[in-house]
Design a protein around this ligand. Structure first.
Ligand SMILES: C[S@@+](CC[C@H](N)C(=O)[O-])C[C@H]1O[C@@H](n2cnc3c(N)ncnc32)[C@H](O)[C@@H]1O
Length: 273
């Protein structure tokens, strides 16, 4: 079996929900390990990135180095009515995406939620220059927020870790105010796309947009290759694992996305009034 098909199989098994506790436990350990082993202060993202096909979106010079990773957030929020609104990011990692939304899209407030306490501590430390942004520890499947307390919910490259995606979608629907938006991006094996639609179709959430953005993700993997190689070189632990995990050229993920065995999807849902 080729490595790309193997990766797609791993995603299949991880998405069946047959071993939800194990799946969740493994991903939690992985992200805590990453938080400890990748210590660079300036590394604010843990996603594969996205390069849009059209003209480059505006960014200040200080953020240029992160353009590919910010791209995944830019496509997720482009055109959404964020100014003055309450935003929640679920699975915010080191907080670079929430920081981008806070600084470029002027929400009233933005909360980044992640279930890895080490990652939340780090996110607080490296994003303390952004006053409208706070971070909390919590589980996507059991959100520690009141009904209707957000206008926009953002979820980027995190849901493949969840043990119960339908529970997550129900929670998103619950915390969204009527008329609010849920913007989602993540990868699945081709075989799991139909199941994903069922899993995310919680009562109250209407699917408004559904795109395959794999091409732009592969372009971002290409753009970030040199930087990743340099970081992997510095990493003391698990070099082989980090090569696979970071989606470097030659990794199973890179091949899966390039061949279409794995699809990166971007969806938008609207909470019905
Ligand atoms: C690939 S990282 C993406 C982080 C961030 N969205 C970004 O693009 O940089 C996935 C994140 O999801 C978080 N996560 C996984 N399962 C979670 C859960 N059940 N509840 C909250 N966060 C979770 C992980 O701790 C990790 O920080």
């Amino acid at each position: 079996m080729s490595s790309s098909r193997l990766f797609s199989r791993v995603l299949d098994v991880a998405s069946t929900g047959k071993f939800p506790r194990l799946q969740k436990w493994v991903w939690r350990r992985i992200y805590n390990l990453l938080s400890l082993s990748w210590r660079d202060q300036d590394w604010r993202f843990m996603n594969y990135g996205f390069v849009p096909a059209g003209p480059a979106f505006p960014l200040s010079a200080e953020d240029e180095a992160e353009r590919a990773f910010i791209g995944l957030y830019q496509q997720a929020v482009e055109g959404l009515p964020i100014a003055g609104k309450r935003v929640l990011e679920i699975g915010s990692g080191r907080g670079g995406g929430s920081r981008y939304i806070a600084r470029y899209h002027a929400p009233a407030s933005i909360v980044g939620l992640d279930y890895s306490p080490d990652t939340v501590r780090r996110a607080r430390r490296i994003n303390k220059d952004t006053p409208s942004l706070t971070f909390e520890t919590g589980d996507a499947e059991n959100l520690p927020f009141a009904d209707g307390s957000f206008d926009i919910v953002v979820n980027i490259e995190s849901s493949h870790c969840y043990g119960d995606v339908p529970a997550f979608a129900r929670e998103v629907s619950r915390v969204l105010a009527p008329g609010g938006w849920f913007t989602f991006a993540d990868m699945r094996s081709k075989n799991q796309l139909t199941a994903l639609s069922g899993q995310l179709g919680a009562p109250g959430l209407d699917l408004v947009e559904d795109r395959n953005i794999s091409k732009g993700v592969v372009a971002a993997l290409n753009a970030a290759e040199a930087r990743k190689r340099e970081r992997i070189g510095k990493s003391r632990l698990l070099k082989h694992f980090m090569t696979e995990f970071s989606g470097s050229k030659g990794s199973a993920l890179y091949k899966g996305l390039s061949r279409g065995d794995v699809i990166y999807v971007a969806r938008r849902y609207r909470k019905m009034d």
